[in-house]
Design a protein around this ligand. Structure first.
Ligand code: SAH
Ligand code: SF4
Ligand code: F3S
Length: 429
């Protein structure tokens, strides 16, 4: 039998990256192998992201570029998966009638039936709470660190965010299945796991909350490092911080999206914390875990954001001194509460504010990285970069380049000899 080939292009967050690994797992179990170019494929999958308009544009132009392949090869199947699939459903056919299937994130398990030719339905976007309980095959490309889902969906409805509409309601995966998966990963030689969810802090399986889950994962032999994303500030508890302190495998890093420095904007965003409350949690973290690195997400140009509000974000960045941030211009998403607000801002204002934020944070990051010069750091070797440098990561999630060849998976101590804006240079000691 002819082997079949699949091409997968992934947009968006780690959750999507991991869903692609799960889809690849299904494809491989059906005898497919992955190809690098859409033109070589029998099946093309776009795993899409709807978080901002730009992400949607990127996908639709990629989709347009494969249209001619279908004309050449009528047997080619094109599948649209991910958050745009869920959001736009069959409307995708209006734009691109050459698409064969539209599959939302909760329905990727049906890929097996599609590949077996057992499903006639072309749009699979209905609610599927079972997805949190199904163990799908996974094909991971990284052999050192692995993503592991612990919670699906989101109930927070931040006013700007599309995720609650694309990923559905919050559902925790049974702890037993998480622990089993990580035990198997450890046996396979994985050293690091990153627990995934839109709001990992609200994980719950009976008596097992997020700190308790972390404690149990910390016991698994072979796993050396535990990370998690994302933590919602409103649910970050002292109990979690104490657990981070007491479990030696949990890395000294937290991604804690602030979004804005103005209480007026935070309220309009429905974030459910004030700047003061956020700051208090930063103080707890820094008091109890002295070397912790803290990163964040910032949105600029939210509707009704005045210069004064924006300056509060600038002041917050100066006051908190994050190790790094992701910053975005507000993008109006269909059906969200923020889309309906008055006072949307012109593109130029958003672009100006974004540039300001990025410039300031670059300066802060550079100073922080310079400060690490001369320090000794434990790094986990991940592989090589395009220039051939060996790349490792500190427990605080900073990238370190070293000149020596080292096998991925090794944990070594290095001395930081140079701190750059976006990376560190290290030397083995
Ligand atoms: N669940 C995570 C992150 C989800 S999306 C959390 O709550 O932190 C990642 C980031 O994208 C968000 O933190 C936010 O900063 C940004 N984002 C989400 N929707 C956006 C929008 N409509 N416009 C601009 N940025 C957005
Ligand atoms: Fe979106 Fe807020 Fe949920 Fe994060 S917590 S996914 S920003 S609604
Ligand atoms: Fe994008 Fe969906 Fe992730 S909208 S950021 S792929 S949850």
């Amino acid at each position: 039998m002819k082997t079949r080939k699949v091409y997968i292009k992934t947009f968006g967050c780690q959750m999507n990256e991991h869903d692609s690994e799960r889809m690849l797992g299904i494809f491989c179990s059906k005898g497919f192998f992955e190809v690098e170019e859409p033109k070589d494929a029998d099946v093309i999958v776009f795993n899409t992201c709807a978080i901002r308009q730009k992400a949607e544009h990127k996908f639709f132009s990629s989709l347009g570029r494969v249209k001619h392949l279908k004309r050449k090869n009528p047997n080619l199947k094109i599948i649209v998966a991910g958050c745009i699939a869920q959001l736009r459903g069959e409307k995708i056919f209006n734009f691109a009638p050459y698409v064969d299937y539209v599959i939302g994130p909760d329905n990727i398990n049906y890929l097996t039936e599609i590949l077996n030719g057992k499903i006639s339905n072309k749009v699979l976007i209905s609610e599927n709470p079972e997805i949190a309980k199904i163990n799908l095959p996974v094909l991971r490309k990284n052999l050192v660190k692995a993503w592991v889902n612990i919670i699906y969906g989101c109930n927070n409805f931040c006013s700007y965010c599309i995720v609650p509409y694309t990923r559905g309601r919050e559902r925790s995966r049974p702890s037993e299945s998480i622990i089993n998966e990580i035990k198997i990963l450890a046996e396979q030689g994985y050293k690091e796991v990153t627990l995934l969810g839109q709001n990992v802090n609200s994980y719950r399986d009976g008596d097992i909350d997020f700190p308790e889950l972390l404690k149990r994962i910390n016991e698994i032999e072979g796993i050396e490092r535990i990370r998690f994303i994302t933590s919602h500030p409103k649910d970050l508890s002292k109990k979690l911080i104490n657990t981070m302190m007491s479990c030696e495998k949990i890395c000294e890093h937290i991604h804690l999206p602030l979004q804005a420095g103005s209480d007026k904007i935070l309220k309009l965003m429905n974030r459910k914390y004030t700047y003061e409350e956020y700051l208090e949690k930063i103080m707890w973290l820094r008091q109890l875990i002295p070397n912790i690195s803290i990163t964040s997400d910032i949105i600029v140009g939210f509707p009704q954001e005045t210069d004064e509000d924006f300056n509060k974000t600038i002041d917050a960045l100066k006051e908190i001194q994050f190790d790094g941030i992701f910053a975005f211009k507000f993008s109006s998403r269909p059906g969200t509460a923020a889309a309906k607000l008055d006072g949307h801002l012109p593109e130029e204002v958003k672009a100006f504010r974004l540039a300001e934020v990025l410039k300031l944070q670059d300066e802060i990051t550079e100073i922080k990285n310079k400060f690490l010069e001369g320090s000794i750091q434990e790094i986990l070797i991940e592989g090589k970069d395009e220039e051939g440098f060996t790349i490792g990561r500190t427990r605080t999630n900073k990238v370190v380049k070293i000149i020596k060849d080292l096998a991925p998976g090794k944990i070594i101590k290095v001395k930081i000899i140079k701190g750059h804006r976006h990376s560190l240079e290290g030397e083995i000691i």
